[in-house]
Design a protein around this ligand. Structure first.
Ligand code: URA
Length: 190
């Protein structure tokens, strides 16, 4: 429910449960449709996201938009969030304690979005949501099921910007994702 999501955002706005709260410029809570059959979860805000208060608005976000377009979606039809809502300084990986402190916000978002499919963007999100020792190089594009929700991890758009050789494998993953969304969701027929 949009209102409930807004209420959750307001509760999250003053969060100081981990040290990232002290250095954030803007909270990067999440964006998109709720409820939605499909949810994308990234790692954490970068510099542009921290300035603008919205996930995936920097260079990686442009590539994410292209990836969504490839599968016939856009950010108005899905929900996008991150494992942590505040920027880790110098774009370092979020620390395990930071993800743990932030996890209940993500769990509450997932409960409101009620996705059938969760796409983890990169190793960090997959390690948090699919399995602690998730190996992105070996396990990207595979399906995992937990509590009736299907999970797939793909390479993080920033990794695809750094290393274009990963892109062909990602096209294959996105095709698989599109075919399962087509089969199991009503997003394409709306
Ligand atoms: N990278 C992420 O993982 N999340 C964002 O919101 C932006 C870049």
């Amino acid at each position: 429910m949009a209102n409930e999501m807004e209420m959750l955002r307001s509760r999250c706005a003053g969060c100081m449960s981990c040290p990232l709260g002290a250095t954030r410029r803007k909270l990067v809570f999440g964006v998109g449709r709720s409820p939605s059959e499909v949810m994308f979860i990234g790692e954490g805000p970068g510099e542009q996201e921290d300035l603008q208060g919205e996930p995936f608005v920097g260079p990686a976000g442009k590539l994410l938009d292209d990836m969504l377009e490839m599968i016939g979606l856009d950010r108005t039809r899905i929900y996008i969030a991150n494992t942590v809502k505040c920027r880790p300084p110098m774009n370092r990986d979020p620390a395990p304690e930071e993800m743990t402190a932030c996890r209940h916000w993500l769990d509450e978002q997932i409960a409101l979005v009620r996705p059938k499919i969760i796409v983890c963007l990169g190793r960090i999100a997959a390690g948090e949501l699919i399995r602690k020792d998730f190996r992105i190089t070996r396990e990207h594009g595979q399906w995992f099921e937990k509590d009736g929700v299907k999970y797939m991890a793909v390479y993080h758009p920033s990794a695809l910007l750094r290393d274009v050789s990963k892109r062909p494998e990602t096209f294959v993953d996105l095709r698989e994702l599109r075919s399962v969304i087509r089969r199991e969701c009503s997003l394409y027929s709306e």
